[in-house]
Ligand binder design. Structure first.
Ligand SMILES: [Cu+2]
Length: 140
C-alpha cells in the first residue's frame, strides 16, 4: 500500500498552486472548480462529456466547454452499439443540427453554445473519440 500513499501525497502537492492560472478568462474560479460543469453546461474531460446526459427546459441554451488541451467536436446525431467494456460506440450518424470543432482549452473557440427550441432527445458525439457519446434531453 505504499505506492497508494505516495500517490495521495503527490496529488496534494499538485493541487496547491491552482490559484495562479493565467487570467485569459474573466472568471476567477479555482482550477478544480472550473472543471465542474455549471448549470446548462457540459465539459469535455478525459475523452468524456460531463455530464453525459443533461436535461433542460425547452428554450435553454446549453454551453459546451473544453476542459482539456485536445480538440473535440460537438456533433449532433445518433450513436449506438456502445461496447460495454470499452465504452466505444459502434455506430454514428451525424444529422447536421450542429457540428462544432471545439478548440483546446484556453484557445479561441473552446466553448460552443446551442439553444434547444423544441422538446426531444438530442444525441451527439465527438467524431474522433469513440468514447464521447452523450445526449441532451429537452423537456417541453
Ligand atoms: Cu473528442
Amino acid at each position: 500500500m505504499i505506492p497508494a500513499a505516495l500517490l495521495v501525497l503527490s496529488g496534494c502537492a499538485t493541487t496547491a498552486p491552482s490559484d495562479s492560472a493565467p487570467g485569459q478568462q474573466s472568471e476567477s474560479a479555482p482550477a478544480d472548480e472550473s472543471l465542474t460543469p455549471g448549470e446548462n453546461e457540459v465539459i469535455t474531460l478525459g475523452l468524456k462529456f460531463m455530464p453525459e446526459t443533461i436535461t433542460v427546459p425547452v428554450g435553454t441554451t446549453v454551453t459546451w466547454r473544453n476542459g482539456e488541451t485536445i480538440g473535440h467536436t460537438i456533433t449532433s446525431g445518433a450513436w449506438g452499439d456502445v461496447n460495454e467494456s470499452t465504452g466505444l460506440r459502434g455506430t454514428q450518424s451525424a444529422d447536421g443540427l450542429f457540428d462544432h470543432a471545439l478548440a483546446p482549452m484556453g484557445q479561441e473557440g473552446d466553448t460552443f453554445s446551442f439553444t434547444f427550441t423544441e422538446p426531444g432527445e438530442y444525441l451527439y458525439f465527438c467524431q474522433p473519440h469513440l468514447t464521447m457519446n452523450a445526449r441532451v434531453i429537452v423537456e417541453g
